[in-house]
Each structure stands twice: as structure tokens, then as C-alpha cells.
Design a protein around this ligand. Structure first.
Ligand code: GLN
Length: 262
């Protein structure tokens, strides 16, 4: 696919990277390289300027409440506004867990810290007194990336979506956004939020390609991407799905004895 190039901005790579979230960027880079698409990754950290014209795709991973406080302060500078401008201008974005929470309106942590978000997503998060931990399976609602998403969640935050965005998927197993309304993640324009670590994209190649195509379309005209040999990715997906199913079976058998897992 000569002549195509993709520019990725990796936000706060050293601070927002738990459960191997940087694997998402590696998956994006490899899937582009296998197709002959030139790809460049620029790390943008605290104090770095974000030029909304420059990048096609943004990634921000998860982090602990402590790191989120520092990142939240940096995003409340012009960086947050520039990121919103980039998404409004057609850039694609993937945010995971702690990063996802900071792109909403606010995150009230379980210790009472009130972290203002950049309001890219019409979503609010409140920390609970227990954590949602475990394997997750989600029926993806995104047109062009239909199917089941698999991943691993570990968060105290409960996120509720407002009418300005829609869920990325519906939970088949696990907790997702809040453990109550059955939703997981969110979608606004070409920007996605998700609680799924894992890393998410290596074992959900359809979602990875959705992001690559959406991002390429900012500067290039193309209908679709040529398929890749995804046999390894499919095997990883199957293994993660089996784990989630096993957990669901164990909970439905032992749940009444162990109490509801949260
Ligand atoms: N600190 C946030 C929470 O616990 C996000 C955690 C994460 O990114 N895994 O909800």
C-alpha cells in the first residue's frame, strides 16, 4: 500500500501504561508495516505541545490514580483542547481505562480526589470501594468492527455515559463501564474509550484495523484494508474468550457461595 502513511501520537507512554497497554501501539505499527504503510509514532508527555494538525491517531493507556492526577493537570492546559480539536477534525483515538476516564467530564477517585476531564466524551466516572477485576467479553457495537471483544479489566472507577456518546459494546462477561447497565466503553466520532487491557488490539485485530482505517481516512481516500493472516491473533482471541467463559461458569456455580464478585 505504497504512498500511505500514518502518524500516531502516543500520549504519556511512560506514565499511562499498565497491563501492557503499549502493546496496542505495537499492534497498530505492525499491522501497518505488514501492509507496507509507513508509520511514525511520536511520544507526547507532560509539557509537550500537541499540534492537532499533525497526527491521525492518538493513543492513551491506563494508569493508577496517582499518575492520573499528574496527567489530568497536564491535559487541563491547552493540550486537552488541542486533543478535542484533533478528534473534531477527524482524527481517530483509542483510550484505555485510566486514559478513558480522563477524557470524560470528571473522575472522582475512591479517595475523594476530583479530577476534571477534558469532556471529549460525555461520560463521568466515580471510584467505588471495590475493584472490578477479571476477564471480559463484549459484543462490539461498532459498525465495521462487529464481533466479540476480549480483554482484562482492573478498575475502581464506574463510568456512566451521557447522551453525547454511545457504548463501544455490551458486556457478555465481566463488568465494563459500571457493572450495572451492561455497557462497556464509549464511542464519539472516531474516538474510542474502553476498560479493556490485555493488551486489547493484538487479540482483537478487527478493532485494530477499524482504527487504522479510520485514521488513514483523515488524509487518504481508501475503502478498506487488505486482510492479513490473523491466525495467531485469532488463537489469542479464542484463548481469552475461553478464560472469560470459564470465569462466568465458575461464578454462576460458585457465586451464591462466594458472594457477588466485584
Ligand atoms: N485508576 C483507575 C481506576 O482504578 C484506572 C485504572 C486502570 O487504568 N486500570 O479506576
Amino acid at each position: 500500500m505504497g504512498g500511505l502513511s500514518l502518524r500516531i501520537a502516543h500520549l504519556y507512554p511512560e506514565m499511562m501504561n499498565i497491563y501492557g497497554d503499549r502493546g496496542n501501539v505495537i499492534a497498530l505499527v505492525r499491522r501497518c508495516a505488514w501492509r507496507g504503510i509507513e508509520v511514525e509514532v511520536t511520544p507526547l508527555s507532560i509539557g509537550d505541545r500537541l499540534d492537532p494538525e499533525l497526527y491521525d491517531l492518538y493513543f492513551i493507556g491506563g494508569g493508577q490514580d496517582r499518575e492520573q492526577m499528574l496527567v489530568c493537570e497536564d491535559l487541563s492546559s491547552e493540550k486537552g483542547a488541542a486533543l478535542r480539536e484533533a478528534v473534531e477534525g477527524g482524527a481517530a483515538l483509542l483510550s484505555i481505562c485510566g486514559g478513558y476516564q480522563l477524557l470524560g467530564k470528571r473522575f472522582l477517585t475512591c479517595t475523594g480526589e476530583d479530577l476534571p476531564g477534558i469532556s471529549l466524551f460525555d461520560a463521568e466516572t466515580v471510584g467505588g470501594d471495590t475493584r472490578f477485576i477479571g476477564n471480559v467479553a463484549v459484543r462490539c457495537q461498532l459498525e465495521g468492527a462487529e464481533g466479540v471483544l476480549v480483554g482484562f479489566e482492573n478498575h475502581s472507577g464506574r463510568t456512566r455515559l451521557g447522551p453525547g456518546c454511545r457504548p463501544l459494546g455490551l458486556v457478555l462477561h465481566g463488568h465494563g463501564n459500571n457493572g450495572e447497565d451492561g455497557t462497556e466503553g464509549c464511542v464519539y466520532r472516531k474516538a474510542l474509550g474502553s476498560y479493556l487491557h490485555g493488551s486489547l488490539l493484538p487479540k482483537n485485530p478487527g478493532l485494530a484495523d477499524w482504527l487504522i482505517l479510520a485514521a488513514l481516512r483523515r488524509r487518504h481516500q481508501l475503502e478498506s484494508l487488505p486482510p492479513l493472516d490473523d491466525s495467531l491473533e485469532t488463537a489469542a482471541h479464542r484463548a481469552a474468550l475461553a478464560l472469560a467463559r470459564r470465569e462466568r461458569r465458575r461464578e454462576s456455580l460458585l457465586g451464591p457461595l462466594l458472594g457477588k464478585r466485584r
